[in-house]
Design a binder for this molecule. Structure first.
Ligand code: PEP
Ligand code: MN
Length: 339
């Protein structure tokens, strides 16, 4: 961090400020120019409140040279992280991880049927929501604990690790006891800091979705919350952000995949289902995600989308999913990846 002082800053102010900064354990390089004095702060600048310093008399500008996140940053961990899900499945590295399954778990037949079909098509993980974050309290809220049991059973039968969303830290014990393999933090909870801290205390892989209106930096700061508690098994998921456009449910920000991979060592997966809300767009955007460097994709697949209890319009059928996997198998080697 660099603090640029205004012209004619009194010596007393410079002394007071440097003393204050040094008391926080930082070192300071002072550079006195003809007109301005520049303070270069060396050390862990996360203890400095940038906005507060910016507000001081005589402070002209505060420039950050380092990112506010450390554990998530590529500068602190240059090599790509590979997250081990167990059962031979990883996210990050050369292999593209494909997660698929219905928005919500509805019946044992539904989840087991989809699990069997996606496993046959080559998916690496089964997704399904038991605790659903719905905009309306009158919409289907998920089968909750019963749904969780159905998902875990379906995953075991199809030999696929399972990923499912947690909405409250109260449920963490049940998620761990039931053997959920990847805990999803949904877009709406990306900044539920107590929940982030709670999952940070586990060592389970966490799929952290980008918030509807979150900047890339805010998203990485949420990853930092989890990592600061000791859990470095974080997978980021771009699922579309809210823009002025209404044709699609959200706007898929594929440039975020490149930005995040530039800034962070964490793997990034793309969810084109929630990004678009439109079944016919899902496969092509999944291909675009793989082409631009995503480490995985998350796709909603339903065996009867027209009668799905949640997100049917964006769910593809098992046949469509099988066709998509065929295309991805052709595409992956072109971009140096495999499925
Ligand atoms: C989901 O994955 O079903 C979901 C609710 O996603 P998001 O949090 O991205 O809306
Ligand atoms: Mn959904």
């Amino acid at each position: 961090m660099i603090i640029i002082l205004k012209e004619n800053t009194p010596k007393e102010f410079v002394n007071k400020l440097t003393k204050n900064i040094k008391s926080k354990g930082l070192q300071i390089d002072i550079s006195k120019g003809a007109r301005k004095t520049v303070l270069g702060l060396v050390g862990d600048t996360s203890v400095i409140d940038r906005e507060q310093v910016q507000g001081y008399d005589y402070v002209d500008k505060v420039v950050r040279v380092e990112e506010p996140y450390k554990r998530a940053s590529r500068s602190f961990h240059p090599q790509d992280s590979i997250i081990d899900i167990g059962g031979g499945v990883t996210v990050g590295g050369k292999k593209i991880a494909v997660m698929a399954g219905p928005c919500s778990i509805e019946t044992p037949d539904q989840i087991e049927g989809v699990a069997k079909d996606i496993a046959a098509a080559g998916a690496a993980m089964l997704r399904g929501g038991a605790f659903k974050p719905r905009t309306s309290p009158y919409s289907f809220q998920g089968l909750r604990d019963k749904g969780l049991d159905m998902l875990v059973t379906a995953g075991k039968k199809a030999k696929l690790p399972v990923v499912t969303e947690i909405m409250s830290a109260d449920k963490l014990d049940v998620f761990l006891k039931d053997g959920v393999d990847v805990i999803q933090i949904g877009a709406r909870n990306m900044q539920n800091f107590d929940l982030l801290k709670a999952v940070g205390k586990t060592r389970k892989p966490i799929l952290l979705k980008r918030g509807l209106c979150a900047t890339i930096e805010e998203w990485l700061m949420s990853a930092e919350y989890i990592m600061a508690e000791g859990n470095h098994n974080v997978i980021l998921c771009e699922r579309g952000i809210r823009t002025f456009e209404t044709y699609t449910r959200n706007t898929l920000d594929l440039s975020a995949v490149l930005a995040v991979k530039h800034k962070s060592h964490l793997p990034v997966v793309v969810d084109p289902s929630h990004a678009t809300g439109k079944r016919w767009m899902v496969a092509d955007l999944a291909k675009a995600a793989v082409a631009c460097g995503a480490d995985g994709i998350m796709i909603e697949v339903h065996n009867d989308p027209d009668n799905a209890l949640c997100d049917g319009a964006q769910s593809i059928t098992p046949d469509m999913f099988t066709a998509l996997m065929g295309s991805l198998r052709q595409l992956a080697p072109i971009v140096g990846r495999e499925i």
